[in-house]
Ligand binder design. Structure first.
Ligand code: KIV
Length: 299
């Protein structure tokens, strides 16, 4: 399969896009084989893979190491690296340097950054737009992210849906349009009312990928571990489970432990053989009671 370009994706506005997170080699290869359009190496890995309480502690080194594993597992879908908290807030230069790391060290096709204008006001919004513009000017495609932006959960008052009153809804629209004007090739709408999302869609010219934003967006994204029922932490209402993989994994591990204890594993088909003559000679050499001297065994 030919790898699509970011430009082709941008032009596919109106197509239905399926984006999924992946954080390692085997997941990336299975997600690619299943035929998703985009893979997001999301900073959600902090919670579902690294066991942090939030996405805030995730570092750029952790992201780059895992994004590189994803790239090795998935050649064709576009891979987007999620800039973690603290990797782009300080300055445009910091944002560009870390976006470059995703491209050079991990082989990503684009980066994503969050914009929390709703809670953080005009100055913060100006800065997020400036970061997006700087990264784009460096030749790196940027995906925006508005609505519930988990890196700012503390400032937003928790993991709460955004845009549920007119003032907030206007803010979300303003964030989305600002990032679109900055040149983002696509944007994520997270946890906003379906009707607000549908209304903003009328002004969006770039593909919008929704998560908890209703069905009017151009695509949908989910966290891999939520979709397959692997992660059992807090599950937002939009995290539809399409399978119960954790149950199957626990069952498999329990069967393994049981068979080991019952001496049923390994069976003959899981073991290696040796020529009987070689074995007889070996047994003579190591027979108990004889002085041990491996060096003399073949002299
Ligand atoms: O980090 C992530 O997985 C995300 C998606 C939920 C959009 O940002």
């Amino acid at each position: 399969m030919k790898k699509p370009t970011v430009l082709e994706l941008r032009r596919s506005k109106g197509a239905r896009l399926a984006m999924l997170t992946a954080y390692d080699f085997p997941t990336a290869s299975l997600v690619a084989e299943a035929g998703v359009d985009l893979i997001l190496v999301g900073d959600s890995l902090g919670m579902v893979v690294l066991g942090y309480d939030s996405t805030v502690p995730v570092t750029m080194d952790e992201m780059v190491m895992l994004a590189a594993a994803v790239r090795r597992g998935a050649r064709t879908p576009l891979v987007v690296g999620d800039l973690p908290f603290g990797s782009y807030q300080a300055s445009d230069q910091q944002a560009v340097e870390n976006a470059v790391r995703f491209m050079k060290e991990a082989g990503c096709d684009a980066v994503k950054l969050e914009m929390a204008g709703v809670s953080q006001g005009v100055a913060h919004k100006r800065e997020s737009v400036s970061r997006a513009r700087a990264i784009i000017a460096a030749g790196i495609p940027v995906m925006g992210h508005v609505g519930l932006t988990p890196q700012s959960a503390s400032a937003l008052g928790g993991y709460k849906a955004q845009g549920r009153d007119v003032r907030q809804a206007v803010q979300v629209a303003d964030d989305a349009l600002a990032l679109q004007d900055a040149g983002c090739f696509a944007i994520v709408f997270e946890a906003i009312p379906a009707a607000v999302s549908e209304t903003i869609m009328e002004r969006m010219r770039i593909p919008v990928i929704g998560i908890g934003a209703g069905s009017s967006t151009d695509g949908q994204v989910l966290v891999f571990h939520d979709l397959l029922g692997i992660y059992e932490g807090h599950a937002p209402r939009f995290a539809k489970r399409f399978a119960e993989v954790k149950r199957a994994m626990v069952d498999g591990v329990q069967d393994f432990a049981h068979e080991v204890r019952e001496r049923r594993f390994p069976a003959a088909e899981h073991t290696y053989g040796i020529d009987p003559g070689e074995l007889a000679e070996f047994r003579q050499i190591v027979a108990p009671g004889k002085p041990w001297n491996a060096a003399d065994a073949f002299s």
